[in-house]
Design a binder for this molecule. Structure first.
Ligand SMILES: C[S@@+](CC[C@H](N)C(=O)[O-])C[C@H]1O[C@@H](n2cnc3c(N)ncnc32)[C@H](O)[C@@H]1O
Length: 365
């Protein structure tokens, strides 16, 4: 979307879907991370004014509410540190007011939840945080960084890499591919694009035959997140609007399989509503994230292709489904393996009499 000039603006359906994703993901991330860390951080780099035009909560309030209303909150003993960074003065003031109101409504405020409001550009905040950690010879606590700009300036790849270098840090970034596409070969904002990608290879957009400009820009950003930021797992989801056009991509970078699992679950849970859909691609086919009548044919084909003539354990098939396809673990057994066995296509050796429990081996034709 184009950046509004007003302090607050209308909540549109894809922003609502993005918020639902954030809520679902944090609902799983908070308890997992807090169970084996003394402190965890949620960093909202482009925090916004706190609420939308009709009073709907923005990302900072959503993150706080998700934690405080969590059914396991009283059992989470670690310290939660929330950094909310907003550059624009009027929006920062609005955010400050909204957070104060939220705290007032949640008295007595829990001692282990700390909020830091920062009126500055994300890149300045990140640079001083890195500097501070360097001088203190400390590393960032496990951090979930939500980076949600209007355009593509102010989120340099190398800065994200420095900030999120510690193993348990994750990134959830809104990548405005449409804007990038428009400016990639214009030549007038190359310094921003160089920063965004950490390379100038975006200038080759349109050169590769048989690949759309959007796909090229998607793949380049994905590659940079894994190579520069060293995220072992990078998932992306296209947010498709009512006209079937990609509004933007959400990229999630993590180094933990559990993170992949949680994000997949969040994606499949969110009701796309309002005509918006999420999609990912497998074997050149779009996989849409709508729970009703999930089409698992691309998963079936991918498994048959990948494990042709091999005998593999159920654990390997689960891992492949989770990491190499857009599907969740729950899409593997009943929707795909059961029919494959019934049709006599796969041979199954199982420890019990039915199902695909741990210890099961599957032979593919
Ligand atoms: C898309 S909005 C964020 C919405 C918010 N994350 C939410 O979901 O409710 C982007 C916000 O970033 C702010 N902003 C723009 N450039 C910035 C920068 N360089 N650093 C920090 N904030 C910035 C804008 O004023 C705007 O409020």
């Amino acid at each position: 979307m184009a950046a509004p000039r007003t302090t607050v603006w209308k909540l549109d359906p894809h922003t609502k879907a993005k918020h639902d994703l954030l809520k679902h993901y944090l609902g799983g991330w908070f308890p997992v991370l807090s169970s084996y860390n003394g402190r965890i951080v949620f960093l909202d780099g482009f925090a916004g004014p706190g609420r939308y035009e009709s009073g709907e909560p923005g990302s900072p309030l959503i993150a706080l509410e998700t934690l405080l209303s969590h059914s396991h909150f009283s059992k989470m003993k670690c310290e939660f540190l929330f950094f909310f960074c907003e550059a624009k003065k009027d929006r920062f003031e609005s955010l400050t007011e909204q957070i104060a109101g939220f705290k007032e409504a949640h008295q007595p405020w829990p001692d282990n939840v700390k909020i830091q409001l920062i009126h500055s550009e994300f890149s300045e905040t990140a640079t001083s945080l890195i500097e501070y950690l360097r001088t203190q010879k400390k590393r960032l606590a496990p951090t979930f960084a939500f980076v949600d700009p209007f355009g593509f300036s102010g989120l340099p790849m190398r800065l994200l890499a420095d900030l999120l270098s510690f193993a348990s840090c994750e990134l959830f970034v809104n990548y405005m591919v449409d804007h990038v596409n428009r400016f990639a070969t214009a030549g007038n904002v190359d310094h921003h694009l160089d920063d965004l990608f950490g390379t100038s290879e975006y200038k080759n957009v349109g050169v590769t035959a048989g690949q759309s400009r959007q796909q090229f820009l998607h793949d380049l950003y994905e590659r940079q997140l894994s190579e520069v930021c060293k995220f072992r797992f990078v998932q992306s989801f296209a947010m498709i609007n009512k006209t079937g056009h990609i509004a933007y991509y959400l990229f999630h970078g993590t180094r933990d399989v559990k993170g992949v699992e949680l994000m997949k679950d969040a994606m499949w849970k969110v009701d796309p509503g309002g005509g918006f859909q999420f999609s990912d691609r497998l074997a050149g086919q779009d996989v849409l994230f709508t729970e009703e009548a999930v089409d698992t044919e691309p998963l079936r084909q991918a498994l048959l292709e990948r494990y042709k003539g091999r005998r593999v354990s159920i654990a390997v098939l689960e891992q492949f489904t989770l990491i190499n396809t857009p599907y969740r673990k729950t899409h593997l057994r009943k929707p795909v393996l059961t029919p494959l066995e019934r049709e006599g296509i796969i041979q199954v050796e199982r420890p019990g009499r039915s199902g695909f429990p741990a210890g099961t081996w599957v032979t593919f034709p």
